[in-house]
Design a protein around this ligand. Structure first.
Ligand code: ADP
Length: 730
């Protein structure tokens, strides 16, 4: 004989009795339904449930409300299924597939049991009660009977709630108010204590710390984290964590980018997307969760403001079922209480981040920037501002007025001191106008451009000015060089042309000239034509070298023959000087373009002749050298070193480096007498560098100069290529 208490029918009947009692109690509908879910769990051990109902308010139309069971699953509900249940009009059970076909959703596909019960009464649909379980056989006919027997009372409860009038409670998610539970006095005390702290801070990180610590204390979780939601990137951004192992802490070291993860992964992401808390009571029993998880229970609770998840609180425990209904109620009260302070703090923080970001841009711009107040006082300036004015440390103080301090600082250097004071005055007298000016400074020469624009606050009220200062010295310098070049070149073109025209005219008109004079005139004409030809050739060379179209025709080149040819060529110029040639007869060949090497040595010898007095000595030395004989920074290996030394006028140290730039000449009484445009050494350097070598000068004014350059050896290249072709020995 079966004992009465064991009879399942009696069980079910007492369940029906309990359910109808609680549905008739004086409590908000949400709480009654939550308690009903609690009862149903005993009978059905379902996984999660929801009641969708239509509350007939005093206003026309019905308000749909969804009440979820407190313990929820991460899988979204399928509204199409709900609609089909509503249309079908009968309670159904079936096996359904949960999860997503898209791997990004992060939920495995599992099959689940589903029960859908439409609540019809009096020819009207009041709601739909749905349950889901991970065991498909859970929803037996007895369960269907139980649920069907509650339909009338459910309809009555929904109707009664609707008739309470226009003051409907806003739809709430299930876990915001767990079934029929109020907070225990100790937990309520924690929320009250929190109130005071929350109003004291606007600092986001302090606030997040408070929230996380309170959540850990109140929930009994051993570890927890809090992440902000980046809606644009659809990512969660970890802000704070507590209680995790060292490796997690190390991964989030200061100075590293914040840890982020897509909201499609993990329970927290799910909770954020669904805007409701999600709970895993026991990860060990969860299908689709790996066994290796470092926790058993997980709770993810989003903090919602204006229907948007702002942050998510994640709590972990090593013990299964840590998070009781009391804990859920506490976390709900907590997230509701912190929502507004958190919204305030995040908007404050985002404004702060924006200004911090702009501050970084401001500091790193390579133009001088300063914000002035309406009195012309510098409120904020970037490092370039101090550099551009060459302000000493003592003048980089907060109370620096451009109209007084800047003018005074620059007074001795300003070419036109009134221009700057006038500019400052103008800015103050007409604060809403844009102005610009250029200043020229002496010692060292600087040309600065200032743009001064009015600044306004967010209410469009004038706040002062922004000064944008750029150093135009280099641009002006290159413009100056260009003008100078045009001057030099036109002079260099005009001088020989004038003499050619003059002499040819004499030769044509004066038939009575003696032969000696005729010869002299013709020689001059020929020399001047040569000078013109050289100038045109140099200009063409420069433009081709700079355009990168000059290709070297490199092979093994012996230098002896080149020297012989050059001495022949320079024969007439060299009669006034002594040329000493110091070359080892057994010189190895270089790997070079023969014509270019000849041009290089020719240029250096011509300069030596040009810039040294008659009867002095010019020495040409060629030898193989090792890296140790070369100047610092020279490429390593074996090189040929060619040096042209003279006993001429010499070059001052400050002029030496720039001579290898274009149009650079030393300007003194000695050089002014010599024609030239300052292209020879520039072309020479480009040709040497095209071969991989370097050129440099050592010189002393009045004693002489020595120009040296290097060329790669043919053997060095052959070793590199591993070939042994024959040199031409040329
Ligand atoms: P150019 O001789 O046509 O002016 P270069 O480029 O050949 O142009 O030389 C640039 C300047 O370098 C010369 O104007 C001269 O002032 C100086 N210079 C070149 N070679 C010598 C030298 N051997 N001794 C003294 N000064 C030299």
């Amino acid at each position: 004989m079966i004992h009465e208490a064991d009879d399942p029918t009696t069980d079910m009947l007492s369940m029906v009795a309990a359910a109808s009692r609680l549905l008739h109690e004086e409590q908000p509908l949400v709480q009654r339904i939550h308690r009903l879910f609690g009862l149903l769990r005993l009978a059905t051990r379902y996984r999660d449930g929801r009641l969708t109902c239509w509350l007939q308010s005093a206003r026309p139309g019905a308000t749909r409300q969804q009440i979820y069971s407190p313990e929820s699953w991460a899988y979204p509900w399928d509204d199409r299924l709900t609609r089909s249940v509503a249309l079908g009009g009968k309670t159904i059970t079936k096996t359904i597939a949960l999860g997503s076909q898209q791997p990004a959703e992060g939920l495995p596909i599992i099959s689940a049991g589903y029960l859908g019960a439409p609540i019809f009464w009096g020819g009207r649909l009041w709601g739909i009660l749905e349950l889901r379980s991970d065991d498909q056989g859970r929803f037996t006919s007895r369960i269907i009977e139980l649920i069907d027997s509650l339909k009338a009372q459910l309809a009555a409860a929904i109707a009664q709630e609707g008739s309470r009038g226009a003051q409907l409670p806003a739809p709430r998610f299930a876990s915001e108010t767990p079934p029929g539970l109020t907070l225990s006095p100790s937990l309520r005390q924690k929320i009250i204590a929190l109130n005071e702290q929350l109003d004291l801070t606007i600092d986001l990180h302090e606030l997040l710390g408070i929230i996380l610590r309170r959540a850990l204390e109140g929930s009994g979780a051993e570890a927890g984290a809090i992440a902000l939601v980046d809606h644009e990137q659809r990512e969660l951004v970890l802000q704070l964590y507590e209680g995790y192992e060292a490796e997690r802490a190390n991964a989030a070291l200061t100075g590293m980018p914040r840890q982020r993860w897509h909201w499609d992964t993990g329970l927290a992401g799910q909770a954020v997307r669904m805007r409701r808390p999600l709970l895993v009571r026991d990860a060990g029993r969860e299908p689709g969760l790996p066994n290796s998880l470092p926790f058993r229970a997980e709770l993810a609770a989003p903090i919602i403001v204006h229907d948007r998840a702002l942050a998510v609180l994640i709590l972990h425990s090593r013990r299964a079922n840590t998070f009781s209904e009391q804990v859920l109620a506490f976390i709900d009260a907590l997230r509701e209480r912190v929502a507004r302070p958190l919204a305030r703090a995040t908007s404050y923080q985002s404004a702060y981040e924006t200004s911090y970001h702009l501050g970084q841009v401001f500091s790193s711009l390579p133009i001088g920037l300063a914000l002035l107040d309406l009195n012309g006082r510098v409120i904020r300036a970037n490092p370039t501002w101090h550099q551009v004015w060459r302000l000493p440390d003592r003048l980089q103080r907060p109370s620096f007025y451009v109209g007084i301090d800047l003018v005074e600082h620059l007074l001795t250097r300003l070419a036109d001191p009134f221009r700057l004071s006038e500019f400052c005055d103008l800015g103050q007298r007409t604060p809403d106008q844009v102005f610009e000016t250029s200043l020229q400074l002496r010692q060292p020469y600087q040309e600065l451009h200032i743009l001064s624009v009015p600044t306004r606050d967010s209410q469009q009220q004038l706040t002062g000015r922004l000064w944008v200062v750029s150093d135009r010295t280099r641009e002006r310098e290159s413009e100056r060089l260009k003008d100078e070049f045009i001057g030099i070149v036109s002079h260099e073109l005009r001088t020989p042309l004038t003499s050619i025209l003059g002499y040819t005219e004499i030769l044509l008109n004066r038939r009575d000239l003696d032969e000696a004079s005729q010869n002299e005139f013709l020689t001059t004409v020929s020399k001047e034509a040569e000078r013109l030809e050289k100038l045109v050739k140099d200009l063409l060379d420069v433009s081709r070298l700079e355009a990168g179209v000059v290709k070297l025709n490199r092979w093994a080149v012996g230098l002896w023959q080149i020297i012989e040819e050059l001495t022949m060529q320079l024969h007439t110029q060299l009669v006034q000087h002594k040329l000493l040639i110091n070359v080892d007869p057994a010189l190895p060949p270089v790997f070079a373009d023969r014509d270019k090497v000849k041009q290089i040595i020719f240029n250096l010898l011509s300069n030596a002749i040009k810039y040294s007095p008659e009867k002095t000595e010019i020495q040409l030395t060629i030898r193989c050298v090792e890296a140790t004989d070369l100047p610092p920074g020279h490429p390593v290996g074996q090189w040929m070193l060619i040096t042209v030394r003279d006993q001429g006028i010499g070059i001052a140290p400050e002029d030496q480096a720039r001579l290898f730039e274009r149009f650079q000449r030393v300007d003194n009484s000695n050089t002014r007498q010599k024609s030239g445009v300052g292209l020879g050494l520039y072309i020479t350097r480009l040709l040497v560098e095209l071969h991989g070598g370097r050129i440099w000068v050592q010189s002393e004014v009045g004693k002489g100069s020595s120009f040296s350059f290097t060329l790669p050896l043919w053997t060095a290249l052959r070793n590199e290529l591993g070939t042994d072709e024959n040199a031409d020995g040329g």
